[in-house]
Design a protein around this ligand. Structure first.
Ligand SMILES: Cc1cc2nc3c(=O)[nH]c(=O)nc-3n(C[C@H](O)[C@H](O)[C@H](O)COP(=O)(O)OP(=O)(O)OC[C@H]3O[C@@H](n4cnc5c(N)ncnc54)[C@H](O)[C@@H]3O)c2cc1C
Length: 384
């Protein structure tokens, strides 16, 4: 059986996270940063100083060893406190990618940035014509006069304006099997030929998401990440981890909204009684709580599988689909409980409502999660 009890070490970590958050008095600061579309530098610096960026980076690279489940519950807790999504200081995904596929030199370079809480690279996968269908990517890498040159147009690159590198997937070969056409590179974002343009989106205003144009960008052979021609398979591994981390944000944001709404239900009076005494409001609260517990269970089980070296190929899709929708419903119900005030930018729930919506789209849409998990489940059943 799986034991979901947190260890003493995990409890201490969460306690210290809450303490730093309380000391920083971040809620008003985040509201201001959100309004001004600014990354919350001051809050991030405090968390880095408290050691949260180091978690999960191996000790030999200057970090603090810790398992994947711990990274998940810490990320969940940060979002439950009100930390803005896409802005968490721990770079677990980038760390996992580079440790899995990078050379020693690349690991050192990327993990050094991770230790400082800097997002070392933006993910350069989506292109205008290649969203859910990653195999339609057309960014190209070519060898010209002994040089390695990349040309292409990536889009929806989160943090492209503040990341020193892009983990860029580019077409290198033309095989019968298109999945073998791609290689992965670490592209320095300050190369001549790179042009970055921010997108105007409906939420997640504290972190920019951009278009990136790459024109004759010259890189080195040593910028190849992993194995030439295996880039697509490496991307699939990236997605598994990215999805679980997105789910930690989903669960945290849902908890944040729930906790605000339930307190409000207990004090807001209408018709001479608290709105929490109406059964229609109680029904929402109960269904929200059930969803939160279910989300935690499905997420922790997948995180435990990853921590213990088991495959999360199917689980990551199931968790992503379920928590994306369930968290959205919880936050939407929280807004409903708050009434008009929930729809104003003074209330944190409005930000959660705008920001969480993207997790039903990014890192694989909820429809594509059916496509990936559905096929795999049937295949697994037929294997017996
Ligand atoms: C804020 C934000 C940040 C992002 N950050 C990054 C990033 O850092 N790096 C990066 O590379 N990408 C990033 N993305 C891109 C994101 O991963 C894509 O938007 C997503 O994969 C969907 O691709 P698409 O937008 O082209 O939609 P499409 O693939 O065009 O899908 C449109 C609709 O068709 C549906 N659909 C597509 N295929 C199928 C199918 N086989 N079966 C059923 N339905 C299907 C989809 O579910 C969706 O409803 C980000 C996106 C957003 C919005």
């Amino acid at each position: 059986m799986i034991d979901f009890k947190k260890t003493e070490e995990q409890e201490l970590l969460l306690e210290s996270l809450r303490e730093v958050y309380k000391r920083g008095n971040f809620d008003d600061y985040f509201k201001e940063c959100d309004k001004n579309h600014q990354f919350p530098e001051k809050a991030a610096d405090m968390m880095v100083e408290a050691g949260f960026a180091k978690l999960g980076i191996p000790e030999k690279f200057g970090g603090t060893d810790c398992d994947f489940t711990t990274l998940i519950i810490v990320a969940e807790e940060a979002h439950a406190l009100g930390w803005p999504s896409l802005c968490w200081v721990n770079q677990a995904l980038q760390v996992d990618d580079i440790l899995a596929f990078g050379s020693e030199e690349q690991c050192k370079k990327i993990l050094d940035l991770g230790l400082k809480g800097v997002k070392p690279f933006t993910l350069g996968f989506t292109e205008p014509q290649a969203g859910s269908d990653s195999s339609a990517m057309s960014a190209k890498v070519e060898r010209k006069d002994g040089k390695v040159v990349i040309n292409g147009h990536k889009t929806f690159n989160t943090a492209a304006n503040r990341s020193p590198y892009m983990l860029c997937l580019a077409r290198e070969y033309k095989n019968d099997n298109p999945y073998k056409d791609f290689s992965m590179f670490l592209l320095p974002m300050n190369l001549p030929g790179i042009q970055i343009e921010p997108l105007d989106k409906i939420g997640n205003w504290m972190m920019q998401t951009c278009e990136v144009y790459m024109k004759d960008c010259e890189i080195k052979e040593s910028d190849l990440v992993g194995v030439a021609g295996k880039g697509f398979y490496q991307l699939m591994k990236n997605f598994e981890v990215e999805r679980l981390l997105a789910c930690a944000a989903n669960v945290g944001m849902a908890r944040c909204a729930y906790e605000e709404a339930i307190k409000y239900a207990g004090v807001r009076e209408q018709f001479g009684q608290t709105i929490g005494s109406f059964q229609l409001i109680q029904e929402k609260i109960v269904d929200m709580k059930i969803k939160i517990v279910n989300m935690q269970n499905i997420l922790y089980q997948a995180a435990w599988k990853k921590s213990t070296g088991q495959s999360i190929m199917i689980d990551s899709s199931l968790v992503k689909r379920y928590t994306g929708q369930a968290a959205f419903q919880v936050i939407d119900d929280a807004m409903q409980i708050m009434g008009g005030i929930g729809y104003t930018n003074d209330c944190r729930i409005s930000r959660l409502w705008r920001d969480q919506r993207v997790y039903r789209i990014m890192a694989g849409t909820e429809e594509v999660m059916v496509h990936t998990a559905g096929r795999a489940l049937i295949k697994e059943a037929l294997k017996g």
